[in-house]
Design a binder for this molecule. Structure first.
Ligand code: MD3
Ligand code: FE
Length: 209
């Protein structure tokens, strides 16, 4: 396996359980991962979800793995089929399963990989991830393409701060950080040429069930 080619240097995020490895994936690994994404997106295209209240997300989404996170009038949930294609989601790229095993040490593989596509002015408001059965399991996130301004703060109280997430950055959320409030304020459009037609792809590995 062609990763990582960089030392695993962790950056202090100031939030217990939020580990960030800037530039963990080198350019060749980012390209290989993007290719893994593109072959799967051909079968499970990005679609535009809506909130339970009917507001469209500015982020487009798809999923890999047995379960995928979806949102519509019925609410937020994990389901086995693509909501437009009505087919099972493609498998999670093996490179991501290796990353999960090596960085989280969690005894079971993830069963869900949400794929978010941000273009131009797409953003994601502050929220908590609470749709998973076992909140003790970690979350692992991989960024590709344009740099994003990521905002986060503790689950309750306290202020928020922001860090930039660039292409090849990987972060893990465990323990107290698992319920952190977080979101994407904006993209630095044009900061990367990795994603065709520009933008950012975020892959988030989770244990849904
Ligand atoms: C902190 N995605 O899909 S990834 C999401 O960049 C989501 O697309 C953002 O928030 C994105 O739910 C952020 C980093 C991330 C993912 C999950 C977290 C940060 C997290 C869960 C708990 C705390
Ligand atoms: Fe989230």
């Amino acid at each position: 396996m062609a990763y990582p080619t960089k030392p695993w240097t962790e950056t202090d995020t100031g939030l217990d359980g939020f580990r960030l490895w800037p530039g963990l994936l080198d350019t060749d690994t980012q390209k290989a991962l993007l290719h893994d994404v593109q072959t799967r997106v051909a079968r499970a295209p990005f679609y535009q979800p809506a909130t339970p209240g009917g507001r469209p997300f500015s982020v487009r989404m798809t999923n890999f793995g047995p379960l995928g996170w979806v949102s519509d009038k019925q609410g937020y949930r994990y389901q086995r089929n693509h909501p437009v294609m009505h087919q099972p989601w493609p498998d999670i790229p093996p490179l991501l399963l290796d990353l999960w095993r090596d960085l989280t040490g969690w005894p079971e593989p993830p069963d869900a990989c949400l794929v978010n596509l941000y273009r131009d002015t797409a953003r994601m408001g502050l929220h908590q991830d609470k749709d998973e059965a076992d909140m003790g399991a970690p979350v692992l996130s991989i960024s590709l393409g344009d740099t994003a301004v990521f905002r986060f703060g503790p689950a309750e109280g306290g202020g928020t701060r922001s860090v930039k997430l660039a292409s090849g950055d990987v972060c893990a959320l465990t323990g107290p950080a698992r319920l952190a409030r977080h979101g994407i304020d904006r993209l630095l459009v044009g900061s990367s040429t990795l994603v065709p037609q520009g933008g950012r792809i975020n892959l988030t590995l989770r244990k849904a069930l």
